[in-house]
Design a protein around this ligand. Structure first.
Ligand SMILES: *[C@@H]1O[C@H](CO)[C@@H](O)[C@H](O)[C@H]1NC(C)=O
Ligand SMILES: *[C@@H]1O[C@H](CO)[C@@H](O)[C@H](O)[C@H]1NC(C)=O
Length: 327
């Protein structure tokens, strides 16, 4: 078990000599992470065919899929998953996108609920971990979930699929695809957007990203995932912020662009113009109940907007009432 990550990825990032001077501390570290790594490595082998067939069934013509992940705390009737699916149904031309959405479930109950309401479900199994409760921000379980997410996204790229990954607390009210940058490998939303899509000072939010499958993105995702070891205890987004200036990332030639909050807004920074908004994310908000309350308000606001023809003009200054509890 010297090179666990080689099992996980068959990658070329972890070809360090196993018996280096830090062998003992690294063995201690490995013992802690062993359960996780072994379980996820199984994913690459054991569940690979399952994943492949779910992706194939959900894929657009150009091999693009939309992915989200939920546990039962989110997938219970009336909770985040239902609000998420509702947004596609009341959004403008977004209903058809549901045909391309794969819901990745983190526990058995969430999988059962998914099967009951949606055609494309994939059960992600992380052995030895119960992922069914609300994963509070930055707890060990939360970290396992976000890193498992990066791992599965890496696998999807390796299988040749482009993807939009969306957290389930992102409301889709317009088709976002026309607003992705043609020349970018990787588009990510922003908690704060400073006006230039290439400016790496924009604050990224990994809760919504569009990624094309190619050599650069495959290598970047492997690197991102393996950087968990370099920065133990950080989540995917914090590690992303560490490695985005990295020489390795620069050398890959990865074209990374930030999406404008005018189209891809959230509670951190709003999409003010209802004639532009594509997605609204309940970011800058902790706590499932508060999120659900305010996301339902977002959908109410959208309905009011769509119902009143006065609003459907570029000059309309229709405004959001949400958020109320997420302030
Ligand atoms: C909805 O989509 C149609 C077709 O793309 C477009 O013509 C219309 O302006 C859109 N309405 C809104 C409110 O965005
Ligand atoms: C439609 O919106 C306009 C402008 O926001 C508002 O003045 C008007 O009362 C609304 N009409 C209805 C029927 O809600």
């Amino acid at each position: 078990m010297n090179n666990i990550n080689d099992v996980v990825f068959s990658g070329d990032y972890d070809k360090k000599k196993p018996c280096s001077s830090s062998w003992i501390s690294s063995m201690l570290f490995r013992r802690i992470t062993l359960v996780f790594l072994v379980a996820v490595s199984c994913l690459g082998n054991c569940d690979s065919d399952d994943l492949e067939s779910v992706l194939r069934a959900a894929s657009m013509k150009d091999k693009t899929v939309i992915l989200t992940s939920v546990n039962i705390a989110m997938a219970k009737p009336g909770f985040v998953l239902d609000v998420f699916l509702e947004s596609f149904k009341i959004g403008n031309n977004t209903k058809k996108l549901l045909n391309h959405l794969v819901i990745i479930t983190l526990d058995q109950k969430a999988y059962a609920r998914c099967l009951a309401i949606h055609p494309h479900c994939f059960a992600l199994k992380i052995q030895g971990l119960d992922l069914s409760s609300e994963a509070f921000f930055m707890t060990p379980i939360y970290l396992e979930v976000v890193w498992a997410k990066i791992h599965i996204l890496a696998t999807v790229l390796q299988k040749g699929y482009n993807f939009v990954f969306t957290d389930a607390d992102v409301m889709w009210v317009r088709d976002p695809f026309p607003h992705f940058y043609e020349d970018a490998d990787f588009c990510i939303t922003s908690d704060a957007y400073y006006g230039n899509p290439s400016d790496r000072k924009n604050l990224p939010n990994s809760g919504f990203m569009y990624v094309k499958s190619n050599q650069r993105t495959m290598k970047f995702y492997k690197y991102w995932y393996s950087s968990r070891k370099t920065f133990p205890g950080l989540n995917d987004q914090d590690v992303f912020n560490k490695i985005k200036y990295d020489p390795f990332t620069a050398k890959l030639g990865l074209q990374m662009k930030y999406l404008d909050t005018a189209y891809f807004g959230g509670f951190c920074e709003f999409s003010k113009d209802f004639n532009k908004v594509c997605t609204m994310h309940a970011n800058c908000c902790i706590g499932m109940e508060r999120k659900i309350h305010d996301l339902k308000m977002v959908l109410e606001d959208w309905r009011r907007f769509m119902l009143n023809t006065t609003n459907l003009k570029p000059s309309s200054s229709f405004t959001w009432r949400a958020p109320e509890k997420c302030r």
